[in-house]
Design a binder for this molecule. Structure first.
Ligand SMILES: NC(=O)C1=CN([C@@H]2O[C@H](COP(=O)(O)OP(=O)(O)OC[C@H]3O[C@@H](n4cnc5c(N)ncnc54)[C@H](OP(=O)(O)O)[C@@H]3O)[C@@H](O)[C@H]2O)[C@@H](O)CC1
Ligand SMILES: Nc1ncnc2c1ncn2[C@@H]1O[C@H](COP(=O)(O)OP(=O)(O)O)[C@@H](O)[C@H]1O
Ligand SMILES: [K+]
Length: 546
């Protein structure tokens, strides 16, 4: 799985490589600029031949240095280039200064000026090389105006101008995926690109928050940095290292993995042989009459995704309702937490509690029984315990009581609302400049278990710092997954994948579940309702088997 670096990690990798003497900063900058031009021509083949016009906006740091290289290489190809510098040449860092001087032999360096910029002939390509990983504060207002998409209407047929961003659209924070709004702007201005070239590796901000929308297509350009060997971190079945984050996707470094390897390796029933009990027994707890739908969807998904058998437990008064809806799923009455304790045997390998369970002390008691069931002491594997929805909300007034019971085989799957109830200090309104990755890391440390925070960008973290991001954006955008019950299905999917005896590490199972959940929605398409998700899984699995 591809790594998602922070700006600081990227700087450290560059620095280490430069200090080792294998490469110079200038070489890296040349490769970055060359790679950006090649990527633009690859995306827009009409740029390969003939003379075109570019407007290049350079910044005061090394991102600006990339801009000078891009400008020079475009002129080498016969382009006309207008170039503006936001900053002062004398203050450019050394490598950017060298490239400034090289460019100055070929064309003019004009000081940034909005009116002069608008006066330029219509460009075919607009190059944003103002800020990259070094953004430290909101954009100044005049610069924000120059970078705004609306700026293109300054020219006739302005919407046809292609926008290329070096490392990121300037103003995007590459650690958080957020755009800090300046004091003069109530909301951040939109500075999206059609193509963003990310140097060496994706950064977290390319895949979090506004990143996917603002960056457009993102291409990673290899600039010859080896960096620390990511292969181990990306190994199937191996959770990520502390302080590292990775993208949940069937990619390995810069290439794609065959789907049968990932996420296929997470699905026990794609291969192998065995008795139904070898595939584990998942249990789902349901609430009272009229509220069983959510738990039934979780149970059905658990059965579809690999558990050998699934039992649903419900209060006696809900038996009739549930029985009329269930066939392959077994059903048992369970009136109290004590009954639940007696029902749990060593072969129960996954538990899912929360969907439709009801908020209150009865649910807290069931959760306590689930978390206390530790057949690991008797040589069995402790069951995976997936806690969602009401199982989380029931601990709103005393989250620490929950965190005192969770263990390494527990996954909490809150949406933002549930997350705010358990981690009020980390709620969206309190996050300030923290990235969603760091927020979920802190939550996992507090909770002492795996935490998955849902959304278009879903973040998973485990205690100690390893984290993953799944981005339902671009080709994987599934806005129709925002439908009632989709979260219940995800909880069941994690339980079902975790149930088999041979199931890999729970963290990796959780990553795979999020990817498969999105994939089922993607293959189904618009019009999806939550019940469709488990029914799509066989089709998704068939594509993984090849
Ligand atoms: N190093 C290498 O070898 C390679 C680096 N590469 C490239 O370098 C990029 C990183 O370069 P970088 O570290 O110089 O940061 P960069 O994004 O140019 O900005 C820093 C400047 O902006 C300023 N500034 C920040 N925010 C501001 C604001 N809102 N408004 C106004 N000013 C603001 C900030 O000022 P300061 O905060 O210091 O006052 C400083 O002057 C990276 O993304 C990649 O493109 C590639 O070529 C590969 C090789
Ligand atoms: N716009 C979106 N794009 C992709 N996935 C989404 C989007 N909105 C919601 N989801 C996903 O759908 C699921 C919704 O879960 P949740 O909020 O718990 O809903 P419910 O409680 O109705 O089941 C989560 O897995 C979430 O990540
Ligand atoms: K940029």
């Amino acid at each position: 799985m591809a790594e998602l670096l922070t700006s600081a990690q990227m700087r450290a990798i560059e620095q280490a490589e430069i200090e080792s003497g294998t490469v110079t900063g200038l070489q890296l900058m040349e490769r970055a600029g060359r790679g950006a031009v090649a990527a633009a021509i690859g995306k827009w083949p009409e740029f390969a031949q003939g003379s075109h016009r570019a407007l290049v906006l350079c910044g005061p740091g090394n991102n600006g240095g990339d801009g000078f290289v891009i400008a020079r290489r475009l002129v080498d190809r016969g382009w006309n280039v207008d170039l503006f510098l936001y900053g002062v040449a004398a203050k450019l860092p050394p490598d950017a200064r060298v490239n400034h001087d090289l460019w100055a032999k070929r064309g003019a360096v004009r000081a940034f000026d909005l009116a002069a910029l608008c006066d330029c002939d219509r460009p075919d390509l607009f190059v944003d090389a103002v800020f990259g990983t070094g953004l430290t504060r909101p954009l100044p207002s005049d610069l924000a105006t120059a970078l705004e998409v609306g700026m293109m209407s300054n020219w006739t047929r302005g919407h046809g101008i292609k926008r290329l961003a070096a490392d990121c659209p300037s103003g995007l924070n590459l650690d958080t995926g957020m755009v800090p709004a300046s004091e003069s702007d109530a909301v951040p201005r939109v500075t999206s690109a059609d193509l963003t070239v990310a140097f060496h590796s994706l950064k977290a901000g390319h895949r979090l928050g506004l990143g996917p929308t603002l960056c457009g297509e993102v291409q990673v350009v290899d600039i010859g940095l080896t960096g620390p060997d990511a292969s181990e971190r990306a190994m199937i079945g191996t959770p990520p290292d502390a302080d590292r984050a990775r993208l949940v996707a069937p990619e390995f470094a810069h290439g794609s993995l065959p789907l049968r390897i990932w996420p296929g390796a997470m699905i026990a029933k794609l291969r192998g042989q065995g008795h139904k009990y070898d595939y584990g027994h998942a249990m789902v707890c349901a609430g009272g009459p009229g509220r069983g739908g959510a738990a039934r969807m979780a149970a059905r998904t658990a059965l579809r995704s690999g558990a050998g058998l699934v039992t649903m437990l419900c209060p006696p008064e809900a038996l009739q309702e549930n029985a009329s809806h269930l066939d392959a799923i077994m059903l048992r009455a369970c009136a109290t937490a004590e009954t639940f304790r007696q029902i749990l045997d060593d072969r129960v390998s996954a538990l899912c509690l929360g969907p439709g369970l009801g908020v209150g002390s009865a649910t807290r008691d069931l959760v306590s029984v689930a978390l206390a069931h530790r057949p690991g002491d008797r040589g069995w594997r402790d069951p995976a315990v997936v806690l969602d929805a009401d199982a989380l909300t029931s601990f709103e007034n005393d989250p620490d009581a929950l965190f005192a019971q969770t263990h390494a085989r527990t996954v909490l799957t809150p949406h933002e609302g549930e997350f705010a109830r358990l981690f009020p200090d980390l709620a969206q309104s309190e996050r300030a400049n923290l990235s969603k990755i760091d927020v979920v890391r802190q939550a996992a440390d507090q909770a002492g278990c795996i935490v998955l925070l849902k959304g278009e960008d879903t973040v998973i973290a485990r205690p100690g710092g390893g984290a993953s991001v799944h981005s339902a954006s671009g080709e994987r955008a599934v806005p129709w997954l925002a439908t009632a019950g989709a979260g219940d299905v995800l909880a069941g999917l994690i339980a079902g994948l975790a149930a088999p005896e041979t199931a890999p590490d729970l963290y990796c199972v959780t990553e795979a579940a999020v990817w498969l959940h999105c994939e089922a929605a993607r293959q189904f398409g618009p019009g999806l309702i939550a019940e469709d998700l488990p029914e799509m899984l066989p089709k998704v699995f068939a594509t993984l088997a090849r």
